[in-house]
Design a binder for this molecule. Sequence first.
Ligand SMILES: NC(=O)c1ccc[n+]([C@@H]2O[C@H](COP(=O)([O-])OP(=O)(O)OC[C@H]3O[C@@H](n4cnc5c(N)ncnc54)[C@H](O)[C@@H]3O)[C@@H](O)[C@H]2O)c1
Length: 300
Amino acid sequence: MENFQNKTAVITGAGSGMGRYLSVLLAKAGCNVAICDIDEDSLVKTSEMISQYNVASSQHVVDIGNKEKIDEFYENVMAHHESVDLVFNNAGITVVSDFENLEEKDWDRVIDINFHGVINISRKFLPHLRSRPEGALINTSSIFGMVAVPNQSVYHAAKFAVRGFTESLAKEMKDTNLQVHSVHPGHIGTNILAKAKRIRSGNDQVASGLVSLNSEMTDKEEGEIFRDNGMHPSRAAKIILEGVIRKNSRILVGLDAKVMDLTQRLFPNHYQKLWPLVLVPVFAFRRNLRKPLPGIAQES
Ligand SMILES: NC(=O)c1ccc[n+]([C@@H]2O[C@H](COP(=O)([O-])OP(=O)(O)OC[C@H]3O[C@@H](n4cnc5c(N)ncnc54)[C@H](O)[C@@H]3O)[C@@H](O)[C@H]2O)c1
Protein backbone atom coordinates (compact mmCIF):
# COMPACT_ATOMS: atom_id res chain seq x y z
CA MET A 1 0.00 0.00 0.00
CA GLU A 2 1.65 3.24 -1.13
CA ASN A 3 -0.67 5.74 0.52
CA PHE A 4 -4.06 6.09 2.23
CA GLN A 5 -5.65 8.54 -0.22
CA ASN A 6 -9.30 7.70 -1.07
CA LYS A 7 -9.16 4.50 0.95
CA THR A 8 -11.43 3.66 3.88
CA ALA A 9 -10.22 2.56 7.30
CA VAL A 10 -12.01 1.08 10.29
CA ILE A 11 -10.40 2.02 13.62
CA THR A 12 -11.52 0.49 16.93
CA GLY A 13 -10.78 2.28 20.19
CA ALA A 14 -10.84 5.56 18.25
CA GLY A 15 -12.07 7.64 21.18
CA SER A 16 -8.69 7.96 22.87
CA GLY A 17 -4.95 7.53 22.62
CA MET A 18 -3.46 5.85 19.58
CA GLY A 19 -6.85 5.06 18.02
CA ARG A 20 -7.82 8.73 18.10
CA TYR A 21 -4.60 9.81 16.39
CA LEU A 22 -4.66 6.97 13.87
CA SER A 23 -8.07 8.36 12.88
CA VAL A 24 -6.80 11.96 12.68
CA LEU A 25 -3.67 11.10 10.68
CA LEU A 26 -5.57 8.83 8.30
CA ALA A 27 -8.19 11.56 7.69
CA LYS A 28 -5.40 14.07 7.13
CA ALA A 29 -3.93 11.68 4.55
CA GLY A 30 -7.25 11.64 2.66
CA CYS A 31 -8.55 8.35 4.03
CA ASN A 32 -12.23 7.94 4.90
CA VAL A 33 -12.68 6.65 8.44
CA ALA A 34 -15.21 4.51 10.29
CA ILE A 35 -14.37 5.19 13.93
CA CYS A 36 -15.53 2.88 16.70
CA ASP A 37 -15.44 3.06 20.47
CA ILE A 38 -17.47 1.87 23.44
CA ASP A 39 -17.42 5.42 24.84
CA GLU A 40 -19.71 7.70 22.84
CA ASP A 41 -18.51 11.02 24.32
CA SER A 42 -14.90 10.36 23.44
CA LEU A 43 -15.90 9.22 19.96
CA VAL A 44 -17.71 12.53 19.42
CA LYS A 45 -14.52 14.39 20.35
CA THR A 46 -12.48 12.38 17.85
CA SER A 47 -15.17 13.04 15.26
CA GLU A 48 -14.84 16.80 15.88
CA MET A 49 -11.07 16.56 15.42
CA ILE A 50 -11.37 14.83 12.04
CA SER A 51 -14.16 17.14 10.82
CA GLN A 52 -11.56 19.63 9.55
CA TYR A 53 -10.41 17.10 6.96
CA ASN A 54 -12.37 16.58 3.78
CA VAL A 55 -13.13 12.88 4.12
CA ALA A 56 -16.21 10.75 4.73
CA SER A 57 -16.51 9.56 8.31
CA SER A 58 -18.91 7.51 10.39
CA GLN A 59 -19.12 6.87 14.13
CA HIS A 60 -19.95 3.49 15.65
CA VAL A 61 -20.56 3.01 19.36
CA VAL A 62 -19.74 -0.67 19.79
CA ASP A 63 -18.51 -2.92 22.57
CA ILE A 64 -16.06 -4.98 20.56
CA GLY A 65 -15.88 -7.46 23.44
CA ASN A 66 -19.48 -8.46 22.73
CA LYS A 67 -19.40 -10.99 19.90
CA GLU A 68 -23.13 -10.53 19.21
CA LYS A 69 -22.49 -6.92 18.10
CA ILE A 70 -19.81 -7.55 15.49
CA ASP A 71 -22.14 -8.49 12.60
CA GLU A 72 -24.19 -5.34 13.16
CA PHE A 73 -21.01 -3.25 13.34
CA TYR A 74 -19.86 -4.66 10.00
CA GLU A 75 -23.23 -4.01 8.35
CA ASN A 76 -23.31 -0.43 9.65
CA VAL A 77 -19.80 0.30 8.39
CA MET A 78 -20.67 -1.12 4.96
CA ALA A 79 -23.90 0.87 4.81
CA HIS A 80 -21.89 4.07 5.33
CA HIS A 81 -18.83 3.36 3.23
CA GLU A 82 -19.56 0.56 0.72
CA SER A 83 -15.98 -0.69 0.94
CA VAL A 84 -13.17 -0.95 3.49
CA ASP A 85 -9.44 -1.19 2.76
CA LEU A 86 -7.87 -1.12 6.22
CA VAL A 87 -8.96 -2.44 9.61
CA PHE A 88 -7.11 -1.31 12.74
CA ASN A 89 -7.88 -3.61 15.68
CA ASN A 90 -6.64 -1.10 18.21
CA ALA A 91 -9.12 -1.06 21.14
CA GLY A 92 -7.78 -2.50 24.36
CA ILE A 93 -7.91 -2.35 28.14
CA THR A 94 -5.88 -3.67 31.03
CA VAL A 95 -6.49 -4.78 34.59
CA VAL A 96 -3.58 -4.55 37.01
CA SER A 97 -3.59 -7.40 39.51
CA ASP A 98 -1.63 -10.43 40.51
CA PHE A 99 -3.20 -13.60 39.11
CA GLU A 100 -4.23 -15.00 42.49
CA ASN A 101 -6.44 -11.99 43.23
CA LEU A 102 -7.74 -11.41 39.70
CA GLU A 103 -11.44 -12.20 39.49
CA GLU A 104 -12.57 -14.49 36.69
CA LYS A 105 -14.98 -11.88 35.32
CA ASP A 106 -12.08 -9.41 34.94
CA TRP A 107 -9.96 -12.05 33.25
CA ASP A 108 -12.80 -12.82 30.82
CA ARG A 109 -13.47 -9.15 30.06
CA VAL A 110 -9.85 -8.44 29.09
CA ILE A 111 -9.69 -11.58 26.94
CA ASP A 112 -13.04 -10.75 25.31
CA ILE A 113 -11.88 -7.26 24.30
CA ASN A 114 -8.14 -7.63 23.72
CA PHE A 115 -8.17 -11.06 22.09
CA HIS A 116 -11.63 -12.20 21.01
CA GLY A 117 -12.48 -8.68 19.83
CA VAL A 118 -9.47 -8.79 17.50
CA ILE A 119 -10.33 -12.30 16.26
CA ASN A 120 -14.04 -11.64 15.71
CA ILE A 121 -13.46 -8.39 13.81
CA SER A 122 -10.67 -9.96 11.75
CA ARG A 123 -12.91 -12.91 10.88
CA LYS A 124 -15.80 -10.65 9.90
CA PHE A 125 -13.86 -8.19 7.74
CA LEU A 126 -11.39 -10.65 6.21
CA PRO A 127 -13.48 -11.80 3.20
CA HIS A 128 -14.19 -8.20 2.25
CA LEU A 129 -10.56 -7.10 2.74
CA ARG A 130 -9.46 -10.01 0.54
CA SER A 131 -11.79 -8.79 -2.21
CA ARG A 132 -10.16 -5.34 -2.33
CA PRO A 133 -7.33 -4.51 -4.78
CA GLU A 134 -5.09 -4.00 -1.75
CA GLY A 135 -6.01 -4.29 1.90
CA ALA A 136 -4.41 -4.14 5.34
CA LEU A 137 -5.26 -5.70 8.69
CA ILE A 138 -3.39 -4.05 11.56
CA ASN A 139 -3.68 -5.73 14.96
CA THR A 140 -2.34 -3.98 18.04
CA SER A 141 -0.53 -6.33 20.38
CA SER A 142 2.06 -4.67 22.64
CA ILE A 143 5.68 -4.98 23.65
CA PHE A 144 3.89 -6.90 26.40
CA GLY A 145 3.12 -9.42 23.67
CA MET A 146 6.86 -10.17 23.64
CA VAL A 147 8.07 -9.68 27.21
CA ALA A 148 6.31 -10.27 30.52
CA VAL A 149 6.17 -8.43 33.85
CA PRO A 150 4.26 -9.28 37.05
CA ASN A 151 0.65 -8.23 37.67
CA GLN A 152 -0.30 -8.17 33.99
CA SER A 153 -0.95 -11.87 33.38
CA VAL A 154 -4.25 -11.44 31.57
CA TYR A 155 -2.94 -8.57 29.46
CA HIS A 156 0.08 -10.66 28.48
CA ALA A 157 -2.10 -13.69 27.74
CA ALA A 158 -4.20 -11.62 25.32
CA LYS A 159 -1.33 -9.70 23.73
CA PHE A 160 0.90 -12.76 23.20
CA ALA A 161 -2.15 -14.43 21.63
CA VAL A 162 -2.79 -11.47 19.32
CA ARG A 163 0.82 -11.66 18.16
CA GLY A 164 0.62 -15.41 17.52
CA PHE A 165 -2.65 -15.10 15.64
CA THR A 166 -1.45 -12.15 13.58
CA GLU A 167 1.91 -13.63 12.66
CA SER A 168 0.30 -16.87 11.54
CA LEU A 169 -2.31 -15.03 9.46
CA ALA A 170 0.42 -12.83 7.94
CA LYS A 171 2.15 -15.98 6.72
CA GLU A 172 -1.11 -17.34 5.28
CA MET A 173 -1.65 -14.05 3.44
CA LYS A 174 1.89 -13.79 2.07
CA ASP A 175 1.81 -12.97 -1.66
CA THR A 176 -1.87 -11.98 -1.56
CA ASN A 177 -3.53 -8.57 -1.75
CA LEU A 178 -3.75 -8.40 2.05
CA GLN A 179 -0.93 -7.11 4.25
CA VAL A 180 -1.17 -8.17 7.89
CA HIS A 181 0.67 -6.30 10.66
CA SER A 182 1.18 -6.82 14.37
CA VAL A 183 1.88 -3.63 16.31
CA HIS A 184 4.03 -3.60 19.46
CA PRO A 185 4.07 -0.23 21.20
CA GLY A 186 6.34 0.48 24.15
CA HIS A 187 5.21 3.09 26.66
CA ILE A 188 2.76 5.46 24.99
CA GLY A 189 1.33 8.29 27.10
CA THR A 190 -2.39 7.48 27.06
CA ASN A 191 -5.17 7.01 29.60
CA ILE A 192 -5.05 3.21 29.45
CA LEU A 193 -3.61 2.86 32.97
CA ALA A 194 -5.76 5.67 34.42
CA LYS A 195 -8.85 3.76 33.25
CA ALA A 196 -7.58 0.35 34.36
CA LYS A 197 -9.06 -1.57 37.25
CA ARG A 198 -6.37 -1.99 39.89
CA ILE A 199 -6.41 -4.75 42.50
CA ARG A 200 -3.89 -4.05 45.27
CA SER A 201 -2.61 -7.11 47.08
CA GLY A 202 0.72 -6.23 48.62
CA ASN A 203 2.81 -7.06 45.58
CA ASP A 204 2.00 -3.93 43.66
CA GLN A 205 4.76 -3.58 41.12
CA VAL A 206 3.11 -2.23 37.99
CA ALA A 207 4.26 -1.66 34.43
CA SER A 208 7.76 -2.29 35.70
CA GLY A 209 10.52 -1.16 33.41
CA LEU A 210 8.28 1.13 31.43
CA VAL A 211 7.92 3.90 33.96
CA SER A 212 8.84 4.48 37.60
CA LEU A 213 5.75 3.68 39.62
CA ASN A 214 5.74 2.60 43.24
CA SER A 215 3.26 1.20 45.70
CA GLU A 216 3.02 4.52 47.60
CA MET A 217 1.19 6.13 44.68
CA THR A 218 -2.57 6.28 44.37
CA ASP A 219 -4.25 4.75 41.32
CA LYS A 220 -4.88 8.28 40.04
CA GLU A 221 -1.23 9.31 40.43
CA GLU A 222 -0.07 6.15 38.65
CA GLY A 223 -2.43 6.81 35.75
CA GLU A 224 -1.28 10.42 35.41
CA ILE A 225 2.41 9.59 35.58
CA PHE A 226 1.94 6.88 32.97
CA ARG A 227 0.03 9.27 30.68
CA ASP A 228 2.44 12.18 31.09
CA ASN A 229 5.69 10.28 30.58
CA GLY A 230 5.14 8.19 27.49
CA MET A 231 5.54 8.97 23.82
CA HIS A 232 2.65 11.13 22.63
CA PRO A 233 0.02 8.89 20.97
CA SER A 234 0.07 11.05 17.82
CA ARG A 235 3.72 10.13 17.32
CA ALA A 236 2.95 6.47 17.93
CA ALA A 237 0.14 6.62 15.35
CA LYS A 238 2.54 8.13 12.80
CA ILE A 239 5.03 5.30 13.35
CA ILE A 240 2.26 2.71 12.93
CA LEU A 241 1.08 4.24 9.65
CA GLU A 242 4.65 4.46 8.34
CA GLY A 243 5.01 0.76 9.17
CA VAL A 244 1.90 -0.02 7.12
CA ILE A 245 3.23 1.92 4.12
CA ARG A 246 6.57 0.12 4.44
CA LYS A 247 4.77 -3.24 4.73
CA ASN A 248 6.58 -4.07 7.99
CA SER A 249 4.75 -7.11 9.27
CA ARG A 250 5.96 -6.40 12.84
CA ILE A 251 5.78 -2.74 13.86
CA LEU A 252 7.70 -1.87 17.04
CA VAL A 253 6.73 1.57 18.35
CA GLY A 254 9.40 3.46 20.30
CA LEU A 255 13.02 2.90 21.19
CA ASP A 256 11.95 1.41 24.54
CA ALA A 257 10.02 -1.32 22.68
CA LYS A 258 13.06 -2.05 20.49
CA VAL A 259 15.37 -2.22 23.51
CA MET A 260 13.00 -4.50 25.42
CA ASP A 261 12.63 -6.78 22.40
CA LEU A 262 16.41 -7.00 22.02
CA THR A 263 17.02 -7.69 25.73
CA GLN A 264 14.55 -10.57 25.78
CA ARG A 265 16.22 -12.14 22.74
CA LEU A 266 19.71 -11.83 24.27
CA PHE A 267 18.79 -12.56 27.90
CA PRO A 268 15.54 -14.54 27.96
CA ASN A 269 15.76 -15.27 31.70
CA HIS A 270 17.01 -11.93 33.00
CA TYR A 271 15.78 -9.21 30.66
CA GLN A 272 13.69 -7.33 33.22
CA LYS A 273 16.69 -6.89 35.53
CA LEU A 274 18.52 -5.07 32.73
CA TRP A 275 15.79 -2.56 32.00
CA PRO A 276 16.58 -0.04 34.77
CA LEU A 277 20.10 0.21 33.28
CA VAL A 278 19.38 0.21 29.57
CA LEU A 279 16.11 2.12 29.56
CA VAL A 280 17.30 5.19 31.51
CA PRO A 281 19.00 6.79 28.49
CA VAL A 282 16.01 5.82 26.34
CA PHE A 283 13.64 7.62 28.71
CA ALA A 284 15.86 10.71 28.71
CA PHE A 285 15.82 10.75 24.91
CA ARG A 286 12.05 10.31 24.94
CA ARG A 287 11.36 13.69 26.60
CA ASN A 288 11.09 15.34 23.18
CA LEU A 289 8.59 12.74 22.07
CA ARG A 290 6.01 13.59 24.75
CA LYS A 291 4.77 16.57 22.76
CA PRO A 292 2.05 16.07 20.12
CA LEU A 293 2.97 16.09 16.45
CA PRO A 294 2.71 19.61 15.07
CA GLY A 295 0.34 20.44 12.21
CA ILE A 296 -2.53 18.11 13.06
CA ALA A 297 -5.88 18.46 14.83
CA GLN A 298 -5.25 18.54 18.58
CA GLU A 299 -7.33 17.60 21.60
CA SER A 300 -9.01 20.63 23.19
N1 LIG B 1 -0.43 3.00 26.00
C1 LIG B 1 0.53 2.08 25.94
O1 LIG B 1 1.62 2.25 26.52
C2 LIG B 1 0.32 0.83 25.13
C3 LIG B 1 1.43 0.01 24.94
C4 LIG B 1 1.27 -1.16 24.20
C5 LIG B 1 0.05 -1.49 23.64
N2 LIG B 1 -1.02 -0.67 23.84
C6 LIG B 1 -2.28 -1.06 23.20
O2 LIG B 1 -2.65 -0.04 22.29
C7 LIG B 1 -4.06 -0.04 22.10
C8 LIG B 1 -4.59 1.37 22.30
O3 LIG B 1 -4.37 1.72 23.65
P1 LIG B 1 -4.19 3.23 24.17
O4 LIG B 1 -2.97 3.22 25.02
O5 LIG B 1 -4.32 4.19 23.08
O6 LIG B 1 -5.41 3.27 25.21
P2 LIG B 1 -6.61 4.28 25.45
O7 LIG B 1 -7.22 3.83 26.74
O8 LIG B 1 -6.17 5.69 25.34
O9 LIG B 1 -7.59 3.95 24.24
C9 LIG B 1 -8.26 2.73 24.12
C10 LIG B 1 -9.65 3.00 23.58
O10 LIG B 1 -10.31 1.73 23.45
C11 LIG B 1 -11.66 1.90 23.85
N3 LIG B 1 -12.26 0.64 24.26
C12 LIG B 1 -12.05 -0.03 25.42
N4 LIG B 1 -12.83 -1.10 25.48
C13 LIG B 1 -13.56 -1.11 24.34
C14 LIG B 1 -14.57 -1.98 23.84
N5 LIG B 1 -14.98 -3.04 24.55
N6 LIG B 1 -15.12 -1.71 22.64
C15 LIG B 1 -14.70 -0.62 21.94
N7 LIG B 1 -13.77 0.24 22.37
C16 LIG B 1 -13.19 0.00 23.56
C17 LIG B 1 -11.57 2.89 25.02
O11 LIG B 1 -12.82 3.50 25.29
C18 LIG B 1 -10.50 3.85 24.53
O12 LIG B 1 -11.07 4.93 23.83
C19 LIG B 1 -4.60 -1.05 23.11
O13 LIG B 1 -4.84 -2.28 22.44
C20 LIG B 1 -3.47 -1.20 24.11
O14 LIG B 1 -3.51 -2.45 24.76
C21 LIG B 1 -0.91 0.48 24.57
